[in-house]
Write a protein that binds this ligand. Structure first.
Ligand SMILES: Nc1ncnc2c1ncn2[C@@H]1O[C@H](COP(=O)(O)OP(=O)(O)O)[C@@H](O)[C@H]1O
Ligand SMILES: [Mg+2]
Length: 598
């Protein structure tokens, strides 16, 4: 075939391939345009999941009659004019591709009116052909109507999912954008039925607005954050480790108001949570980074979902430091000081019901005042227990009558092989045995590793484990590294390793599963030297497999020993997966439950 310049309509359709993946992409581009136009109110009407209609109406600055056709022309934009502008884009759009791309794969209409115009003007585009502008009635602002998306691109239509799924994407997108633009009113309707209406709010932390957009349990278990440094500002809501999720589905990150997915960012966040979360648990957060537009390149992704920081190290370190600090303070409510004083690092009182550990004990962050009022806990919500209270010397029915009762009290019984039931000075304490033991083991392994090394113990009877060729290579070549982690293994034949020594702390655990997991991790990691993060993750894996499992009967002295260990261990309020390890019901709450004294 001879070389030819493609017709405009086809060029636009090619661009549409990148920019318009599904109806939600149309919503994204039109809402971005409305926000760039300074809209204070944005109304979105969708039919059939957006495939039949997406209509976005705004009260922004509008487009002049003579520029309507230009708005639908490729590479025509009012947002940048030269390379300097491109180097410091402050608007959401700048490529001048969205409207022509969308118009090339739909039946498209745009009505707009500027301040001072007698009426609005309407322009239409079908099959790449423009018609208009014609006079039309419209208040100040613009309305874009996109009908029959992909009507002329059957291949794309095939990839569309059900109406519900497509609408779900739209809804999620509008929610996300709304988080970053609290001052803008958003209305969304599907097939004529209102889906939500977000009234304008004064700032990012407005409670009613957040509650309309985010998960209630996340809000109850998060604290707000506002830190500046190194020319950057980070604001938002940081979920406590207990708010972590099985999926990375509550992670919102905005750079200058633009929602982005970024590896530098997710790495920094993951590292900040590394000590309190492991194994497939994902932190929950809503974070807004403000940065000089000149320090970030937004021209790296056609749909503008990614950015590139010019100094990614600086951004990474600022994020990590800020979040790490906030979490460190939160974990323990100044846990270091209390642990040093010999009392419990994290203490929390639980309401009855629902039983949960404190979510708002985020000492380093500001708790959002009034959550409990908002959610109707009526003051019954979680509160941070006064450690001083727990320390109060009391005489009571504890084993050592007359002596001080330790913060977690004394064990009374084991419940269903899973929980330890204990009594302290304030009331009832319930401990998740496995979670608590796991945290203690992990902290000890870390301390050993940092100190004299992990002490190992020879197994009376060596254990055989099946290994893959890559795992066999680890056994043969990484003996020193394994020894550093407290293991000794030798190959006993093809595909068979023999486990000779394990860390003494883990002797009671499932040593074969444990060793196998460590080998698998090392084989995957493929390096003879581990970073601290990877190493801590390995230690956490070991702690998990090496810790007391549910359904193991413990004696009272064993249980009490565990309680004392918890009191002496930093961060013992959460297990390595971020779940709480214990909860407390004060007598007063129990009295209330049974309506005593009324
Ligand atoms: N809702 C709107 N209100 C005012 N102007 C708009 C609106 N939508 C689009 N425009 C104008 O049309 C131009 C082209 O829009 P678009 O194709 O999305 O490119 P970009 O947003 O990258 O500039 C914009 O630069 C802007 O001037
Ligand atoms: Mg745009």
């Amino acid at each position: 075939m001879p070389i030819k310049i493609l017709p405009d309509a086809l060029i636009n359709q090619i661009a549409a391939g990148e920019v318009v993946e599904r109806p939600a992409s149309v919503v994204r581009e039109l809402v971005d345009n409305a926000l760039d136009a300074g809209a204070r109110r944005i109304e979105i009407d969708v039919e059939n999941g957006g495939t039949r209609l997406v209509r976005v109406r705004d009260d922004g600055c509008g487009i002049a009659r003579d520029e309507l056709a230009l708005a639908l022309t490729r590479h025509a934009t009012s947002k940048i004019a030269d390379i300097d502008d491109l180097m410091r884009v402050a608007s959401l759009g700048f490529r001048g591709e969205a409207l022509p791309s969308i118009a090339s794969v739909s039946r498209f209409a745009l009505v707009s009116r500027q301040e001072g115009d007698a009426h609005g003007w309407r322009i239409e585009a079908v099959h790449g052909r423009l018609s208009g502008p014609e006079p039309a009635s419209h208040p100040r602002g613009s309305t874009v109507e996109v009908r029959e998306l992909f009507f002329n691109v059957p291949a794309r239509r095939k990839f569309l999912r059900s109406e519900r799924t497509e609408f779900g994407h739209i809804q999620e997108h509008v929610r996300t954008v709304a988080l970053a633009h609290p001052q803008v009113e958003f209305r969304l309707a599907h097939n004529g039925r209102p889906a939500f209406w977000l009234k304008p709010a004064a700032d990012l932390f407005d409670r009613a607005r957040l509650a309309a957009v985010l998960d209630e349990s996340f809000l109850a278990q998060s604290g707000s954050l506002d830190q500046s440094g190194a020319g950057l500002r980070l604001r938002g809501l940081l979920g406590a480790p207990t708010a972590a999720r099985g999926q990375a589905d509550l992670q919102y990150f905005f750079v200058n108001g633009r929602p982005v997915r970024d590896r530098v960012v997710s790495h920094a966040v993951r590292q900040a949570y590394a000590d309190v979360l492991h194994h497939g648990r994902h932190p929950a957060y809503v974070l807004f980074l403000d940065i000089d537009p000149g320090a970030v390149d937004v021209n790296v992704h056609p749909a503008k979902l990614e950015v590139r920081f010019r100094d990614s190290r600086l951004v990474h370190d600022f994020l990590f430091r800020t979040l790490h600090e906030a979490l460190a303070n939160a974990r323990a409510g100044a846990g270091m000081a209390r642990a040093a004083a010999g009392s419990l690092p994290v203490a929390a009182t639980v309401p009855v019901p629902p039983p949960r550990q404190s979510g708002l004990g985020l000492g380093g962050m500001q708790a959002l005042a009034g959550w409990s009022a908002l959610y109707g806990d009526g003051g019954n919500g979680p509160e941070v227990a006064g450690v001083a209270d727990a320390d109060r010397p009391v005489t009571g029915p504890a084993p050592q009558s007359g002596a001080e009762i330790p913060p977690l009290g004394y064990a009374l019984a084991q419940l269903h092989g899973v929980y330890i039931l204990a009594q302290n000075a304030r009331g009832l304490v319930l401990v998740d045995m496995h979670a608590a033991h796991e945290r203690i083991t992990y902290e000890r392994l870390k301390a050993n590793r940092a100190g004299q090394g992990i002490i190992s113990q020879r197994l009376l009877v060596p254990v055989s484990i099946a290994v893959s060729p890559r795992e066999a290579a680890v056994v043969e070549e990484q003996g020193e590294l394994l020894a550093g982690l407290g293991f000794e293994m030798v190959m006993a034949g093809p595909g068979q390793a023999r486990l000779l020594k394990v860390p003494s702390l883990l002797v009671g655990g499932e040593v074969a599963v444990l060793a196998k997991q460590v080998l698998a991790d090392l084989a995957e990691h493929g390096s003879s030297r581990l970073g601290e993060e990877a190493e801590n993750e390995l230690l956490a894996t070991m702690a998990c497999h090496g810790s007391v499992r549910a359904n193991r009967a413990l004696t009272l002295p064993e249980m009490n020993a565990l309680l004392r260990d918890m009191e002496a261990t930093e961060r013992s309020g959460q297990c390595n997966h971020g779940r709480p390890t214990w909860v407390e019901w004060p007598l007063s709450e129990l009295d209330r439950l049974f309506q005593r004294g009324r």
